[in-house]
Design a protein around this ligand. Sequence first.
Ligand code: LU0
Ligand code: CA
Ligand code: ZN
Length: 457
Amino acid sequence: MRPHTPTRIRGGRTTVLAALLSLALAAPIAAQAQDAPPAEPTAATRDAAQRAELPHQYEVRGPATPAARTSLAATGVSIDEAHAHAVVITADRAQATAVRGLGYSLRKLPDPPGVAASPAAPGTRVKDFPAGYAKYHTYDEARQQIDALVAKYPDLLSKQTIGTSHEGRDILALKLSKNVTKDEAEPEVLFTAHQHAREHLTVEMALYLLDEFTGKYGSDDRITKMLDSREIWIVPDLNPDGGAYDIASGAFRSWRKNRQPAPDSQEVGTDLNRNWDFKWGCCDGSSDDPADETYRGPSAASAPEVQVVSKFVHSRIIGGKQQIKAAIDFHTYSELVLWPFGFTYDETGPGMTQDDHDTFATIGKKMAASNGYTPEQSSELYVTDGAIDDWLWGDQKVFAYTFEMYPSSAGSGGFYPKDTVIPKETSRNREAVLQLLETADCPYRAIGKEAQYCKEG
Ligand code: LU0
Ligand code: CA
Ligand code: ZN
């Protein structure tokens, strides 16, 4: 049976939270004198309620079209996989109930080994990856590796702090180029990673690129040529707070958002990839409920992390021209190459000509042929609004792609593949990255329209 169009379900989590809080409070209140004032929820009871709320993955059979997936996503769950007649979602208990309310049946999937079966006891602070994941880099380890590379390759690699996260962690931008300390008139390409906290493999992707490009300059012809003629920007960790929170208890929490409290709410976290300032919240592609996985935040670019990177991208407008020509934002998982727009099913329209679309699709398909991912317009998956690619293209005219990295399914580890896959699954994108760099001086060359779009001046 095909479920009817869902109505937006709000406050589900709040209701569950209230019920848990009243349960937790019932005993102490009963033991108190009759005229004692009602107790305020303590940090401990709030913690208890939230610990009952760790999200899990479920298979949902039925949704088979972009429209059906968009309707399902409107409950505020994240859709992690889309198949011909089923999807995999991440949902907490209240959200799972909301999805069942649409007429779907849910099958809970087994958690990967490192995922917390039950939440950590309050105060547990391991702050590192679980066993089997030791080769993933924590925020501090990534910084150390980056600092070592900057020290080793000062003419090729430079580091700047472009701002700080909600909790005050530095957000870094690394520049890779010959004569790195000079701002030369070369096409620029941006690689970003880790908007979503649980997508740790993307930080490894960024570190791989830094390592590969520094280490092979001078010996690998294509890399040498690119560093000689491009300025490459890498923002290796857009969401350091979320990443730290996801691993802080010693078992993964399946956390997606940043760690900024929502206004007038007990809930924490904005989905950074619904917070960018282009058609923000326009099109049922995000949630206004702070409890949801895809909460878009109270206003466009309300997340400090989004502000920091937006400001950085704006800073690359020189002489009225955006220097960044192309970009990849790394996510996991599903093995996809995605291009804008996400806010509409339409291939073309205001802000996307047929030539623009054809250029996106041609380059995207070629990159996908190199890494074995599936190429498609982002909204083929489901509608998103406020996603980075829509902003980078719609606002800045950057040919921006999203790569959804390994694996293709939850059965291979979902968001949490073991560290043994890191070398293979990061180097798998080497060719695609080189292709994008090589095309960045004139992306329209891909459709044979260099003369029309890329004349000097
Ligand atoms: O933000 C997302 O929902 C992405 C997909 C979009 C870029 C279309 N999927 S993810 O959250 O699973 N990485
Ligand atoms: Ca240079
Ligand atoms: Zn993601």
